[in-house]
Ligand binder design. Structure first.
Ligand SMILES: [Zn+2]
Length: 464
């Protein structure tokens, strides 16, 4: 609570008012700039925003020093002060140091791009060897799966994942999100008639956020700080745990395959049932894609580097994040200026993902709204959350047995996995510092080796 107090009182009233005005104007300019693919329209406000963030980081750093002094923790003599960016990171993950993030991301940069190349080569080789066997991947994109059918399957998945519909609901929005209220953790999703995976995995992801809100902390203390989510990073751990560790697994492909077939490649519509897909050729494609577990699994685990973070698979995602982290940190610390963003963005995109947005800044540095909103320090939590999700799953597998975890997921009997989640994470609420919570849950602090093992196991060895 003390830390919350210091964090909340770090900024002056006039600064907050000034920031609110810049955010409002920057959001409008960012929207226009993105629509017109014209970075220059956003540049003046981005410059102002960067100046504000430098000021805010300095204020927050000073507040953190006051907080530490109040706790009697004085800096070690001769220790160099943390970069001011760290205080922004702490808004989203209190306690995480920039040194930790650097060491995790630097290590990942050394192995992830190569792993990505190896996975894509393996995939391409398989698709070239048997083009007919994989043609359904492309054909499926031409089939139109009605929103009503997709919505019914979303509902089914949320029930499977034990989302409490008494304390939330499912709606539609352009960008899926979850309202972080414990008794009203409503979830939104979006639909693409030519890509059912978008809504399926977005819904599972948001359900993970929703369940964490609904289940976090002891019920009797509802309204007290201990019932708050631990951090945005822990929130992302929970959403990625369901979306990626459970949802993209081979075991989940086995579970969902008959449901995909029933919901999407269904017989003629019955009264009261959403109309299905029309056309015999389309039906054939759906029956082929959803008729066998391996085909569903291939769809769900296909890796394809792209320019857009929100559409990235779990292998590419961290590279999108590292790129943003490096840029926003350099901006806040003054080693880079706003006008350099498009150039540096494209260089890093080429280096990490092998892609070049060229002059399409709308598909490059203008794609995310975070910087126009003043959310500097947010991006790293996405990947750190995914990494801890892998660590948490490794622990649960160790404790319940690997075969048992796969059986539970494939059978749609998730209670034993949720019991572990409850004991390790949900019941602890906000009682412990993140690092402490991680140690209690898994026996060690965030260890990136689990994430790497997970990716290699699933995408290189196809064992998960
Ligand atoms: Zn999320």
């Amino acid at each position: 609570m003390k830390r919350m107090y210091y964090a909340e009182s770090a900024l002056s009233e006039s600064f907050i008012a000034r920031r609110a005005r810049v955010v409002a104007a920057a959001t409008v300019d960012w929207c226009r700039a993105r629509q017109q693919n014209n970075f220059q329209l956003f540049l003046p406000k981005l410059r102002e925003m960067v100046a504000l963030m430098r000021e805010e980081a300095a204020c927050r750093t000073a507040a953190e020093q006051r907080y530490r002094a109040a706790l009697g923790e004085l800096p070690a003599p001769g220790a160099s002060p943390a970069p001011i960016y760290e205080s922004l990171l702490h808004m989203f993950e209190p306690g995480m140091s920039v040194a930790d993030v650097d060491s995790i991301f630097d290590a990942m940069k050394a192995w992830l791009p190569q792993l990505l190349t190896a996975i894509v080569e393996q995939q391409t080789a398989a698709e070239r060897r048997e083009p007919a066997a994989y043609a359904y991947v492309q054909r499926l994109r031409d089939v139109c799966i009605p929103v009503a059918a997709q919505a019914a399957l979303n509902r089914h998945c949320m029930e499977l994942l034990e989302y409490d519909f008494e304390a939330g609901r499912l709606d539609v929005s352009p960008h899926p999100f979850t309202s972080l209220q414990k008794t009203d953790a409503r979830v939104t999703t979006h639909y693409d008639e030519h890509n059912y995976m978008k809504t399926l995995f977005a819904t599972i992801h948001e359900t993970g956020h929703g369940r964490y809100e609904q289940c976090c902390g002891p019920r009797a203390l509802l309204g007290q700080p201990v019932c708050h989510a631990r951090s945005l990073m822990m929130h992302e751990t929970q959403s990625r745990f369901l979306e990626v560790m459970v949802g993209r697994s081979g075991a989940f492909a086995a579970y969902i395959q008959p449901h995909l077939l029933r919901h999407y490649a269904a017989a003629p519509p019955e009264p009261g049932r959403a109309p299905g897909v029309e056309g015999a050729a389309e039906q054939d494609t759906l029956r082929e894609a959803f008729g066998r577990e391996e085909k569903v699994r291939y769809l769900h685990q296909r890796v394809e580097p792209g320019l857009i973070r929100l559409e990235a698979d779990e292998v590419c995602y961290p590279l999108h994040i590292i790129l943003r982290y490096e840029i926003e940190r350099a901006l806040v610390e003054g080693t880079m200026e706003a006008e350099d963003v498009p150039r540096v963005w494209n260089e890093k995109m080429k280096q990490y993902l092998g892609l070049d947005p060229g002059d399409r800044d709308d598909l490059g540095c203008l794609q995310d709204m975070h910087w126009s909103q003043g959310f500097f320090g947010y991006f790293p939590t996405y990947t750190l959350g995914s990494m801890f999700a892998a660590q948490l799953m490794a622990t649960i597998r160790r404790e319940l047995g690997e075969a048992e975890v796969a059986r539970c997921i494939a059978a749609g009997e998730l209670a034993p996995i949720f019991a572990q989640q409850k004991a390790k994470i949900w019941d602890q609420g906000c009682l412990y510092e993140t690092e402490d919570l991680m140690r209690r849950a898994t026996g060690e602090k965030l260890n990136p080796k689990y994430f790497r093992e997970h990716l290699e196991r699933r995408y290189l060895r196809r064992e998960d």
